[in-house]
Write a protein of this length. Structure first.
Length: 199
């Protein structure tokens, strides 16, 4: 029980740090149809520096510790968090008019929550319900024609945009989405990102 509690605690800490030490403007600009404006560059640089310090002092050591867990444990944790993220994806599928995807994600969630023991295992993929692209409220706002807005670096949470910040609030209230960031992004973040503002 103590090991499970430790893994959960580590996951919670890492959920706030998946992007804390990266600027992310280049990634966001690639995902958008046009470059994202850095309207608050001075503030963003200050918050970025704060995040970098926090990242090096706390989150990076925790992330490296997390990577020492055996692969099956990390995979199971990733599966659980991915399963939980469907609680955000399904309503956003519906809000974007993606009825078929919502149905598949609902079946996937039910199968993995029951047969997969709360999502630790992924029997749904074996039954033909492979994981679909994750959706969030920021993407829904985009589908509704709302622009990205200015680029922001959020304290602890890292890069975002005005639109996606409001979307993040909805996703957090809906549950699941922030937790999915932990294992999907954390496994590569500290070993592949470079510091945009640090250059």
């Amino acid at each position: 029980m103590k090991k499970i509690s430790l893994i959960i605690l580590t996951s919670v800490i890492l959920s706030f740090s998946a992007y804390a030490g990266t600027d992310g403007e280049i990634t966001l600009s690639k995902q958008a149809n046009k470059p994202v404006k850095d309207c608050f560059e001075k503030v963003n640089r200050g918050i970025f520096a704060f995040n970098q310090a926090l990242d090096g002092a706390i989150f990076e050591p925790v992330a490296r510790g997390y990577r020492k867990f055996p692969v099956p444990i990390r995979r199971g944790t990733s599966n659980v968090l991915s399963n939980l993220s469907n609680l955000v994806t399904i309503p956003n599928n519906l809000l974007q008019g993606e009825i078929k995807q919502a149905g598949k994600n609902t079946i996937r969630f039910v199968v993995n929550t029951t047969l997969g023991i709360l999502g630790i295992f992924d029997p749904a993929s074996g039954l033909g319900f492979a994981s679909l692209e994750k959706e969030d409220y920021g993407q829904t706002f985009g589908a509704w024609g709302i622009g990205e807005g200015c680029y922001l670096v959020l304290p602890v949470l890292g890069p975002s945009t005005v639109r996606d910040t409001f979307g993040m609030i909805g996703s957090t209230i809906g549950g699941g989405d922030p937790w999915y960031n932990v294992t999907v992004k954390n496994d590569t973040h500290y070993f592949t990102d470079f510091d945009y503002y640090g250059s």
